[in-house]
Design a protein around this ligand. Sequence first.
Ligand SMILES: [Zn+2]
Length: 479
Amino acid sequence: MFAQRLRFSIVLSFVVAGAILASATDSRAVDVGFATVDVTPKLEQGQPIWLAGLEKNRAATGVHDPLFARAVVLRDRGKKVALVSADSIGLPYPLVQSVRGKLKDFAYVLVAATHSHATPDVIGIWGPSDDKSGVVPAYVEQLEAGLVAAVRQADAASAPSAAEYGTAEDETLLGDFRLPEVYDGVLRILRFQRVGKKQPAGVVVQWNAHGIEPSNNPLVTRDFMGSMVDALEKRHGCPVIYFQGAIGGLMGTPKKLVEEAKAGRLPTEIFAFIDAVGAATADLADRALAAAQPIELSPMTVQTKQVLLPLDNPGFVQALAIGVLNRPAYEWTGDKYQRGDQVAPHAATGRMALETEVAYLQLGELAIAAIPGEIYPECVYGKYQDPIDPGADFLDAAPEPSIAETLPSSKMMVIGLANDEVGYIVPKRQWDVKPPHAYERESAQYGERNSVGPDTAGLILNALAERVADAQAKATDGK
Ligand SMILES: [Zn+2]
């Protein structure tokens, strides 16, 4: 009798343990859905489509490969978060706000861009001439509708899925086109698996490189980012979304791959070369997938705040003044969270500011930094110049808080060009406009002239650290 009871209680405790195990496994499953919507511009409609990112006055003459808006929606306990990526040079904050206005049932919508330099100008500075915007309003409408549709379709497709997170590192797939040579060579990936199914539901990948950006190319293309996504979708039979990480300072195609092509080991025809780089990067993604481990993505917390950036770039001021850059400008108040009065840029006399957004997403164990531009890889792991090069402009500049030290989890993603494209986010210790120049160079390097100003990195990275602190304070309050 006693033995029987003992056996019964052992069996019962196994059943209870099994139930706990099962519920632990289930709790990993948030509802996840993916969707892809075509946002290729319609050419031959009387109005040229101006390609963004390189020189002005590049009218598209055709489409090499279609552009897409891709979304993943995560639902947990009635809360919905969307991460969207568009094949675009970069989406200005007002456009992102307009998209969110149509998705008010979402707790947060992150809208980012793959930064292909052969996509329509949606910012304005790549028009036919210095004083003419390259933005075609009909295309902006089409893109916005595509972004909203992608989120709606992903939401409708969502179903319980378990997540895995993995990384793989290979700096040799990156070229650094600005001194000092600093890389973030880590590719970060999420794979979702429907409960009870073998086929992945979708993959989210974050890598850190500009496209190949062939010069004299008049064709619309997603560049290697598209080739990589296509390769991964084919290999895994599921939707794949690409996000750009730290691509500033200045991450692009490694010379090694160009040399391989010259030596006949990779194709030299430009789109075949783009596909080869896409395939090599997809191989790195497969290494990250092979290393992926289960990750808990619940509960989901988002801390987001509007941040003002003082506008110290005369080129941007001029573009705003003539309306080529068309977004609100404010008086700079000296406080990154205090918006001044809106000003007419052509009549402004004082320092102006642009409004953008910095966000921190805590999805269970995963920490995501949403950075509104092209951040330098130096800022990811705090690999700042020390000591500062004597040729740099700010010899007493403090190092900005790095993303890795700020985020509370090493399971992280860095999403650049998130919710805005403010240009390069340059570590202040590296800012170098005035002679003498750093690294004993005769001239300044490329970067600063596409940056809002030398304080941008500090304001953005401190705003990120403050969002993380807010999330932690809220978590403590809740206990
Ligand atoms: Zn860029």
